[in-house]
Write a protein that binds this ligand. Structure first.
Ligand code: FMN
Length: 591
């Protein structure tokens, strides 16, 4: 009897699903007829089902503040409700776990760590190492690859299935057939009806798009207003918007040329999954090579070692093979020679004097994966403008490298008739308190001011609608390079100050490139007495927004330092700030 393996994923934006499918494919290839794998979303698995399998492999992504993804909430709650040692008594199979997360978040791998703790508390035995992949620093696939490499022999031993080394073989997950059709429907049809969500975006019209004045620094910042019209989409101030970008025509052309597909770019094709693992396609089908590469494939994703190794082993001659395998030997060399150049599969392979048209399209579909939505903090107030969402986008340009969405925004900005963008909305917990009398402490750097513009607009609106109501004061600590050059929404702050008055809004700026080097942390420190009083005596709400790996950790450290003055020692201060998080009075919006 072949051994039965369940590969189970919990995912918000499908990365865990793709890894689970890849893992099942690897298992099937390694164990040939000795094992059969099934991939399931965790939503479709009940705790009791686990005992029907010989091994259960979990792929768990973190979401929110280190929480389970929506599809994993029920399963996790069922495990939490079990008594200690539950599984041992009933002879359940062991499990493997790979967590997906981003170290840019405070609670790195929060969901997988909780998951692991709960399963082991109930004494489900863990086979091999608890793997963790870090999406924040771009090593997710490499982490997964290394984890799997160590795990496969253990699984082989445990299930007593001989292990066949398949690393020299490539099994395509998809095949394509040409269809004799003349027209292919567009990627997103305008006529689709609500409800709109991540899997069914709304094609939104750009209401206005402009460069924000005064930004002569290294980064260009664009403001865009997006019409929700009759989409029936609703947002609350502080929410996020997800936008699906499109790859630039130039990149698509180069990509298709590299793999010998440019001449056939408009050929209508049907993509057919060739194994049971890849039944869910992330694009409309039939399609064309152009449409797929323009709107659905992450053709500019960072290269990883697994891809380069497969290309070296399966799709090239001996000379390039040696070169490619040498590059993938260790992580450090790969990071230095490939990752740090921002090499994409196109730019990388074009560096070799070879024809790459032998690379199967299926390999590109599998390894590049879907073009992921980009998330932005909404910078407007839903009370003020319920059907228009404002976003504030800092364009990513580093040398020759330009972010996909940044390029997309520039194209939209420069076009006479702004093309529509596929969007959806995401609820967050980054919300103003229900009790409007509470003071608000907002700390940000650069474009992190976006949600706070929304907060302040909201408060202005509330004040104008209810002049007699009492409102807590808002303090904005805003870090920027140069006040004269980099202040975003320069013309608006005066208006907000006029409406809210000095007792309603106070703006404080820290300039890091105007003579001295002052950061928001320094501003907070200068105001130790005020900040301590706001947090401890007045019970203010704290909001932090910015690039997470740099500023939010610095702000948190500074707040602990400030609280130490009032709480006696660092431990107490740390505990106090953590508690503010638990009760929802300290919130971060980070990316
Ligand atoms: C809104 C949001 C919140 C996230 N929160 C966390 C978090 O608290 N901790 C963490 O380690 N990763 C966090 N991540 C990172 C994801 O876990 C990571 O990008 C993962 O690869 C996504 O996998 P998925 O596509 O299967 O959902 C978050 C990502 C998003 C978009």
């Amino acid at each position: 009897m072949p051994k039965r393996i369940l590969v189970c994923y919990s995912s918000q934006t499908n990365t865990a699903e793709r890894l689970a499918e890849d893992f099942a494919r690897e298992l099937n290839a390694c164990f040939k007829r000795g094992g059969t794998c099934e991939v399931r979303n965790i939503r479709d698995v009940r705790v009791d089902d686990l005992k029907n399998w010989d091994l259960v492999c979990f792929f768990i992504s973190s979401y929110g503040d280190g929480e389970q993804c929506d599809d994993g909430l029920d399963f996790f709650a069922s495990v939490k409700a079990l008594e200690d040692m539950y599984f041992e008594k009933l002879g359940y199979p062991p499990f493997t776990l790979f967590g997906l997360g981003s170290s840019l978040y405070d609670l790195y791998q929060g969901a997988s760590v909780d998951f692991y703790k709960e399963l082991t508390r109930c004494s489900l035995h863990s086979l091999g190492k608890f793997g963790k992949g870090d999406d924040g620093i771009g090593t997710l696939i490499d982490d997964y690859d290394e984890w799997m490499f160590d795990l496969l022999p253990l699984i082989s031993d445990f299930l007593e299935i001989p292990f066949s080394d398949t690393s020299e073989e490539y099994h395509a997950a998809f095949s394509t057939i040409d269809l004799p059709l003349k027209t292919c429907p567009g990627p997103y049809r305008d006529s689709v009806k609500p409800p709109f969500h991540v899997d069914k975006p709304y094609l939104a019209q750009i209401h206005e798009i402009r460069e924000l004045s005064g930004e002569t620094g290294a980064k260009m910042v664009i403001h865009a207003g997006i019409d929700l019209d009759d989409s029936k989409l609703h947002y609350t101030t502080g929410d996020h918007i997800g936008i699906y970008p499109a790859n630039s025509d130039q990149d698509v052309e180069l990509f298709l040329n590299t793999f010998g597909l440019y001449e056939r770019r408009n050929q209508i094709i049907k993509v057919i999954p060739t194994d049971r693992m890849s039944t869910k396609l992330f694009f409309p089908n039939p399609t064309t090579y152009w449409q797929l590469s323009k709107y659905f494939l992450e053709i500019n994703s960072c290269l990883n070692r697994k891809m380069v190794r497969t290309i070296g082993k399966a799709f090239t001659g001996p000379i390039n093979r040696v070169k490619l395998l040498e590059l993938t030997k260790d992580r450090g060399t790969f990071m230095k020679k490939v990752t740090s150049n921002h090499d994409t599969i196109t730019t990388f392979l074009r560096g070799f004097d070879t024809d790459w048209s032998c690379v199967p399209f299926s390999f590109l579909l599998e390894s590049l994966g879907p073009l992921r939505p980009r998330y932005y903090s909404i910078s407007s107030s839903s009370l003020k403008q319920p059907t228009v969402v404002d976003i504030t986008v800092s364009l990513v340009i580093e040398g020759n490298f330009q972010g996909v969405f940044s390029r997309n925004v520039m194209e939209v900005y420069q076009a006479d008739n702004h093309p529509k963008l596929p969007i959806f909305l995401e609820q967050t917990k980054f919300r103003l308190p229900y009790d409007t009398r509470k003071p608000i402490l907002m700390v940000c750097a650069g474009v992190g001011v976006a949600p706070f513009r929304g907060f302040v607009q909201e408060r202005c609106e509330q004040r104008q609608r209810k002049p007699s109501a009492s409102f807590g004061k808002m303090y904005l600590y805003y870090g920027l390079r140069h006040l004269k050059k980099d202040l975003l929404y320069r013309d608006e702050w005066k208006e907000y100050e006029d409406i809210l008055g000095p007792e309603g809004l106070e703006l404080k700026f820290a300039e890091s490139r105007n003579g001295g080097k002052k950061y928001v942390q320094d501003l907070l420190k200068e105001d130790t007495q005020l900040i301590g009083d706001l947090i401890i005596k007045q019970g203010c709400y704290i909001y932090v927004c910015g690039a997470s790996n740099t500023m939010n950790k610095g702000v948190s450290k500074e707040l602990i330092d400030i609280l130490k003055t009032f709480k006696g020692d660092i431990k107490q201060a740390d505990r106090y700030l953590r508690y503010q998080k638990v009760v929802g009075k300290y919130k971060e919006d980070v990316w």
